[in-house]
Design a binder for this molecule. Structure first.
Ligand SMILES: [Zn+2]
Length: 225
């Protein structure tokens, strides 16, 4: 690792550690379930949470660095058990710089029914560009989860996928964007769930969805550049 790459990794260790606190602050995770990773720009490397470490112990030094096949490059602990899925996404989606996985309650309730969240709110159109899609059920351990995430996201504008019988994965240009998508996903999953209790929420017209999505991503989103 050159000194330059080392400095980037140190910055990403701090960023990823801090973003794990957002998962607990926003009530998206319990115990040690849930993880954030960031791609090291220009390198075949990522920074990710170690396996089985409680959130209060997730210091920047506790984070681990792996290559994009999940092989440990730097760190004392083994990487998250979801590392293969994160690595697969980075290998196949070069535009993605951050990945988040949680079992947040309302989003996971939709995943348990393998039901997409319909685009019935401007907030869903803004952030997700349409229905929030469902990915296939997949067992942990090989590339199956990663392939399911990538195949589903490729056919959608959404940065979030609800993996059937499991829970959500979100992506972003950076780790902070992926965490934001995870927080917004849980919020809309909850609102649409509640709306469903008294009737059928009305879907937005596709032309309005596209207009909202483009405005939000291109105008409102300029601060992200
Ligand atoms: Zn999981």
């Amino acid at each position: 690792m050159t000194p330059e790459v080392g400095a980037t990794v140190a910055r990403l260790r701090r960023e990823v550690a801090e973003l794990h606190r957002e998962l607990t602050r926003n009530g998206l995770v319990i115990w040690t379930a849930g993880n954030v990773s960031a791609r090291v720009p220009g390198q075949d490397l990522m920074v990710i949470k170690p396996s089985g470490v409680r959130y209060e112990d997730l210091t920047p030094e506790a984070m681990v660095v792996t290559d994009l096949h999940g092989v440990l490059v730097e760190g004392d602990r083994s990487p998250s058990s979801d590392t293969a899925a994160h690595a697969y996404v980075y290998r196949h989606m070069p535009e993605v710089g951050g990945v988040v996985h949680t079992h947040s309650t309302y989003a996971t309730a939709w995943a348990a029914r393998a039901e997409p969240i319909p685009c019935v709110l401007t907030m869903i159109a803004d952030e997700f560009g349409g229905d929030i899609p469902v990915g296939p059920f997949a067992l942990i351990g090989d590339d199956t989860i990663g392939r399911g995430i990538v195949d589903t996201l490729r056919g959608s504008r959404s940065p979030a996928v609800l993996m059937a019988g499991h829970g959500p994965f979100t992506v972003g240009r950076g780790a902070r964007d992926a965490v934001k998508a995870a927080v917004m996903l849980e919020d809309v999953a909850r609102t649409v769930h509640i709306s469903r209790q008294l009737g059928t929420p009305a879907e937005l017209a596709p032309a309005d969805v596209t207009s909202l999505f483009q405005r939000y991503q291109n105008v409102y989103g300029q601060e992200r550049a």
